[in-house]
Design a protein around this ligand. Sequence first.
Ligand code: HEC
Ligand code: HEC
Length: 162
Amino acid sequence: MKKSINALTKVLVTVTMFTTSFTAFSEGNEVATLRDSTAIETQKTPDAIPNVANTDIKQKRNYPMQPPLIPHKVRNYQVDLKVNKCMSCHSRNRTDESQAPMVSVTHYMDRDGNFLAEVSPRRYFCSQCHVPQRDAEPLVENTFVDMNTLMKEKQASKAEKH
Ligand code: HEC
Ligand code: HEC
């Protein structure tokens, strides 16, 4: 009997804790920051959809292995089992017509380093790695520092010491 009373107390305590934390959550509502602190039960006025950068100008890569950013629109470009719209311009044998840069040779390599005739399945879904950019403010701060900047800072501090 004592045992089951203990168990009941435990359940009661848990339920009370849950209810308290739920109330606190819906009142303070500080978790949903991407909704600009709009209360959970309120529908947020949607932000305007940002434009996709469509400059056709290459962007600097932040580090040598970075997949280059896409400098053009890709809306409605179909990439699925049957069709790869990107490869209709970026494959080796379409670049004369499209004047697009060919996907680099790594895109034709399988995991053992053999070169295939067609794009490797590992690189088939382009948007896994390549993304266009939008004219929107970043949602979170980015503190990335380019390697060259780091090296310059180091050299400058060395020069100061001597
Ligand atoms: C109609 C032809 C065409 C299609 C389709 C196309 N591209 Fe492009 N792409 C280009 C051209 C041309 C460039 C060169 C820059 C420019 O003119 O925009 C380019 C540039 C790029 C670059 C920049 C390369 C660099 O070295 O900076 C990337 C990455 C890229 N495209 C990825 C894609 C992806 C991913 C898709 C499919 C979702 C795609 N492209 C579909 C024509 C195309
Ligand atoms: C797994 C990640 C990944 C996928 C998937 C991928 N790429 Fe890339 N891509 C890269 C990386 C990394 C680079 C730069 C280094 C390199 O060439 O391997 C690159 C380079 C490129 C370049 C520039 C080539 C050059 O020599 O300037 C183009 C264009 C490109 N990719 C297009 C595409 C297209 C089109 C697809 C889809 C068919 C695709 N990529 C799929 C990672 C990827």
